[in-house]
Design a protein around this ligand. Structure first.
Ligand code: NDP
Length: 436
């Protein structure tokens, strides 16, 4: 903490991983040998880039934001991880996300390293033209650090298809290269993979289904509480409905909606994806079944399964107690680190199946890696094929997390299983590649 002051999210993410690695250090002492300094190397990013992003608003005023790209670990492949545009972004947040990404990407079994980036720019309330000018300025610096064999950014909070389009356009203009593999999450007609927008949410639901299957249960007929109303939340709701579950809620940073009839996904997509509105507008238009609760905790709504899909530390110890009291069976993290360490402990102690983000939300980056493969081969796979691959990968991630937890004496503990399985793969590659 002395080395990285004022980075609480980064400390939280590192502590959470290191706390679960004791059994693997005992079994494989070469990982813990101080002379090799593996943990020190793993917790120090290979490269951190911080840059000025000046841009002009529609009235001609100049604003200055800060841009970040943390290239954390490339032992397994090019750095891979999203860009987040949100006022809360600082170097500590980007480092926490990049650190998590290393293990998540390792767990997918694909050849991708870990990185993350973004800016403290707030896209809310900005016109398309302002967002475009911001993205162009951001890419004007970022382009010299990325490339299909070096570092491949994607979307995250505040960065969706629109922003990826502007970023890709500027990259192409500056470099004079049609290098599709430099960004993922592109549009369907220009190098994007089918199912990429859906992949994180779909994957999180598939992971929950796998956890329930082990217990002889399924999602069919269960009620669900979902937080967020962005990319991950929307497609979590969609897949839940496809599998016969009933998602009752969605939220944003102002409040949540509970809909007794279950969320009307077409209306929610219209409000969020087309009009870029708030969930309160959904409630106004939906009629009597839905009500909007300003502020408040979405976890107060009783349900069988829970999908935190908005942001970090959005589900705390008190929320965990509420969920446990209402009989929740499973929690699957669509967002990154949404559940506080205390809440994770309470849920696990109560016997709730808990899917950590590193495993449960890895479907997005997995399909991003499939997008890179399609770009390299200059082909596009059908939606059916990508969806089959996604289901196969989520099944494999569940299996490796489950089996690793058993092997290291923590049966049913997916946090330990995912951390150790991801760590082993990265650590072995780092040791084999020498002191770098
Ligand atoms: P979006 O920007 O599409 O949506 C984010 C949602 O979370 C919005 O509803 C937003 O509400 C809400 N939110 C954001 N910040 C806060 C906050 N501080 N407090 C309360 N609500 C907040 O992002 P995504 O859906 O892409 O990402 C959601 C989560 O999933 C993040 O943790 C991200 O890292 C993670 N993730 C995303 C992946 C992807 O493929 N997109 C892949 C893996 C993980 P509001 O509009 O009011 O801000």
């Amino acid at each position: 903490e002395r080395r990285n002051p004022a980075q609480p999210e980064f400390h939280q993410a590192v502590r959470e991983v290191l706390e679960t690695l004791a059994p693997v250090f005992a079994a494989r002492p070469e990982y813990a040998d101080p002379a090799v300094a593996l943990v020190e190397r793993l917790t120090e990013p290979e490269r951190q880039i911080v840059f000025r992003v000046p841009w002009q608003d529609d009235r001609g005023r100049v604003h200055v934001n800060r841009g970040f790209r943390v290239e954390f670990n490339s032992a397994l492949g090019p750095y891979k991880g999203g860009l987040r545009f949100h006022p809360s972004v600082d170097i500590g947040v980007v480092k926490f996300l990049g650190f998590e990404q290393i293990f998540k990407n390792a767990l997918t079994g694909l050849g991708i390293g870990g990185g993350k980036g973004g800016s403290d720019f707030d896209p809310r309330g900005r016109s398309d033209a302002e967002v475009m000018r911001f993205c162009q300025s951001f890419m004007t610096e970022l382009h010299r650090h990325i490339g299909e064999h070096t570092d491949v950014p994607a979307g995250d909070i505040g960065v969706g298809g629109r922003e990826i389009g502007y970023l890709f356009g500027q990259y192409r203009r500056i470099t004079n290269r049609w290098e599709a593999g430099v960004l993922t999450g592109k549009g369907a007609g220009w190098g994007g993979s089918a199912i990429r927008p859906q992949a994180t949410g779909y994957g999180s639901v598939l992971f929950a289904a796998e956890m329930l299957k082990v217990r002889g249960e399924s999602l069919d007929g269960l009620s669900a509480v979902v937080s967020g109303s962005g990319n991950v939340a929307l497609y979590t709701i969609e897949k839940l409905q496809q599998l016969g579950a009933n998602p009752l809620t969605c939220s944003d940073s102002h409040g949540y909606v509970v809909d007794d009839k279950g969320i009307d996904l077409a209306l929610l997509k219209q409000v969020k994806e087309v009009e870029r509105g708030r969930v309160s507008e959904y409630a106004q238009r939906r009629g009597t079944s839905a009500r909007y609760v300003q502020g408040g905790r979405v976890w107060d709504v009783p349900a069988d399964v829970a999908f935190p899909s908005a942001t970090q530390n959005e589900l705390d110890g008190q929320d965990a107690r509420t969920l446990i009291a209402s009989g929740v069976k499973a929690v699957s993290e669509g967002a990154n680190m949404p559940t506080t360490p205390q809440a994770v402990r309470l849920l696990q102690q109560a016997g709730v199946a808990f899917g950590p983000g590193k495993a449960a939300n890895a479907g997005g980056v997995a399909v991003s890696a499939l997008e890179m493969s399609q770009n390299a081969a200059r082909i596009a796979w059908s939606a059916e094929r990508v969806e089959e691959e996604l289901a196969r990968i989520m099944g494999a991630i569940h299996a490796v997390a489950y089996e690793t937890a058993e092997r290291y004496g923590a049966p049913g503990d997916y946090v330990t299983g995912a951390n150790i399985a991801g760590f082993e793969r990265v650590a072995d590659a780092m040791l084999a590649q020498g002191v770098i």
